[in-house]
Design a protein around this ligand. Structure first.
Ligand SMILES: [Zn+2]
Length: 80
């Protein structure tokens, strides 16, 4: 993504997680990774300010942990 003012590629200034609907039992909680993109061009009036916020949804953030548990339980199945 580029700065809308100077068209130079932005850098990621800050990254954080955001939860949506985590206080609503009717809807599943959605987790987003948020990247704040800041301009890195010193000559630009937007230098070091957030010019764009990019959000990426994390699909099933707990799925990997559940799979690991399943693999461990299979060990108890003995083959004779
Ligand atoms: Zn700029």
């Amino acid at each position: 993504m580029v700065c809308p003012v100077c068209k130079i590629l932005c850098r990621v200034g800050r990254t954080y997680f955001k939860a949506v609907d985590d206080d609503t039992p009717d809807k599943p909680t959605r987790i987003f990774i948020v990247h704040e993109l800041v301009c890195r061009n010193r000559a630009c009036p937007k230098y070091n300010t957030v010019v764009e916020v990019a959000e990426f949804e994390q699909k099933n953030p707990t799925a990997t942990a559940v799979e690991t548990e399943d693999t461990e339980s299979e060990v108890t199945t003995a083959e004779e």
